[in-house]
Design a protein around this ligand. Structure first.
Ligand code: ADP
Length: 528
């Protein structure tokens, strides 16, 4: 081999044997370990270095002179092992034993004792060896063991799922409590693939998270839906990262927090929230309804007030003329009989009008309270319509309106409350006359199968679309600014109630400025 030029020649280090022994003596003197040469059974020493004093607290001379000095220091619990160790040495077997001693100073030490039997001609002639004080080393080891154990206990006791997977994704280890969360014990899980414990619907997402772990080489957080041994869904929020060995992925380590209750509570909260929204919606509906009711009540109140003012007007007008004409008759005794008769006639007519009005109001309340009984009899429609046609033809003529009617020749029999039906027809015809200033009023009567249809059409002022649905409400009147036509709003309410009581049917069609049509259907009398 080629020597480097700068290196000194080897012979420079070769010293005389004397010098070398000097070095050795020095080394032995200061060496912390004991070097010895003993009889084969180790009971006494031929030679032992000064470190015996440091370790055992006895002088080397004593160790050489006396037997069993070291043996006597062995801790009772290790004694048997030590004896066995020496007996093996005697048989020529080299070895090392660690055991405890209590030295002369009363200190408890741990020592490592190595022996090399020297054999000549097949016999052990002596045993050489070396003894170290390894107390510190043992203490450290013990400390480390304790720390390790604490850590292990901590992991085992943790509520979290702490696990290690191999590079294929199989469980290498898992903590007891973590496994218990899934109703398994760690042994049942070991060696099985992580995905075996995952719900089917979540498997793809987990596989994706694993790929992510391999890619990013840092902690990845993902949610795992585990399927417990008894088929419960347990949700863990897992933090995991790859274990690298020489730059290659060798497995995966992870910790998962059980968030099942949290998720469950969140779901519950969501559910409650939805219920709350629903309750709020219902409350707002109820509030709207209440508002509507209030506005209906307000409307009723308004209608009532309007009615009171209308009825007062309706009452006052005939009353005023009754009083006026009565006073005139009373103050003028010499009034010609003809004039008096005419005035008396007016008083009578107005008084009748008053009586009818009052009856109407009373009737309607009676019907509403269900207190009215229909007085039914059989009669022909023709007999009741004839006088009405005559009356309205005359009144129309007076107003400059054409009155036409189409009445079938054949008799139509009704079984009904005659006077009420007359009132109904009178109401409808009087409305047509009241709200028509020019054109015509047409009355058409048709006899249909078990039904009599009465249609009254006029070319009057008509009714706004928005008012039509309310016409049958009591006291409802169409407000027409500027051209107030007197009325109480009772007529159509009465019509509807009477027709309903007779199991008939009534509708109104109308168009403003063009006119109105009211259709009444009444069942005819059965004449089998
Ligand atoms: P009123 O005593 O006010 O006539 P009704 O109940 O008979 O009360 O009628 C209700 C309202 O319907 C009236 O105020 C009127 O505005 C309207 N109405 C009824 N019939 C007619 C019609 N033929 N033409 C126009 N408006 C009508």
């Amino acid at each position: 081999m080629k020597q480097s030029k700068n290196k000194p020649e080897i012979k420079e280090f070769v010293k005389t044997q004397q010098v070398q022994e000097g070095y050795l003596a020095n080394t032995i003197k200061y060496l912390d370990a004991i070097i010895f040469s003993s009889v084969p059974d180790g009971s006494s020493f031929y030679f032992i270095t000064p470190a015996i004093e440091k370790i055992a607290g006895i002088k080397p001379e004593e160790a050489v002179e006396k037997k069993y000095v070291l043996m006597k220091m062995v801790a009772p619990e290790d004694f048997a092992a030590v004896r066995h160790f020496f007996s093996e040495a005697k048989d020529g077997k080299a070895g090392t034993l660690e055991y405890r001693i209590k030295n002369r100073r009363g200190e408890k030490l741990f020592i490592r004792h190595s022996i090399f039997p020297i054999v000549e001609n097949g016999t052990v002639i002596r045993v050489d060896g070396i003894i170290y004080d390894i107390t510190k080393e043992k203490q450290n080891e013990e400390q480390l063991k304790k720390t390790d154990e604490k850590l292990r206990n901590l992991i085992e006791a943790a509520d979290d799922l702490i696990f290690v997977l191999d590079k294929n994704g199989n469980f290498i280890s898992v903590n007891v409590n973590g496994a218990l969360n899934l109703e398994y014990n760690p042994v049942e899980m070991r060696g099985k693939h992580f995905l075996n414990f995952i719900e089917d619907s979540n498997k793809q997402a987990i596989a994706k998270s694993f790929r992510e772990i391999l890619r990013v080489n840092s902690v990845v957080t993902f949610e795992s839906f585990f399927k417990s041994k008894y088929d419960k869904t347990i949700i863990f929020e897992v933090n995991a990262r790859a274990i690298l060995e020489n730059g290659k992925v060798d497995g995966l380590i992870g910790i998962g927090r059980n968030v099942t209750t949290k998720r469950f509570d969140q779901e519950k909260m969501k559910d409650l929230n939805n219920k709350l929204i629903e309750a709020n919606r219902l409350i707002s509906i109820e509030r709207d309804r209440a508002k509507q009711k209030i506005s209906i009540l307000e409307e009723l109140n308004r209608l009532k007030n309007e009615f009171v003012s209308n009825i007062s007007h309706e009452l006052r007008t005939p009353l005023a003329s009754i009083i006026g004409f009565a006073e005139t008759i009373d103050s003028d005794r010499s009034m010609p009989t003809e004039l008096r008769d005419e005035f008396n006639q007016i008083i009578l007519t107005e008084a009748k009008r008053l009586a009818t009005l009052i009856n109407d109001v009373l009737d309607i309340s009676k019907i509403e309270e269900g207190k009215i009984d229909l007085v039914k009899s059989e009669f022909t429609f023709n007999e009741i319509i004839a006088p009405l046609i005559e009356e309205y033809r005359r009144k129309s003529r007076e107003k400059g309106i054409i009155f036409t009617c189409e009445i079938p020749e054949q008799q139509i029999f009704l079984f009904a409350d005659k006077s009420r039906i007359i009132q109904v027809l009178d109401n409808v015809l009087s409305n047509a006359l009241k709200f028509t200033t020019q054109g015509r009023i047409t009355l058409i009567v048709q006899s249909m199968y078990r039904e009599c249809e009465i249609i009254v059409t006029d070319t009057g002022i008509g009714i706004p679309k928005k008012d039509i649905p309310f016409l049958f409400q009591k006291f409802y009147r169409v407000s027409r600014a500027g051209s107030e036509i007197p009325g109480t709003g009772l007529g159509l309410a009465f019509v509807k109630q009477i027709i309903d009581l007779h199991k008939g049917f009534v509708t109104i069609n109308s168009e403003e400025e063009k006119g109105s049509t009211i259709v009444i259907k009444l069942p005819t009398a059965r004449r089998e």
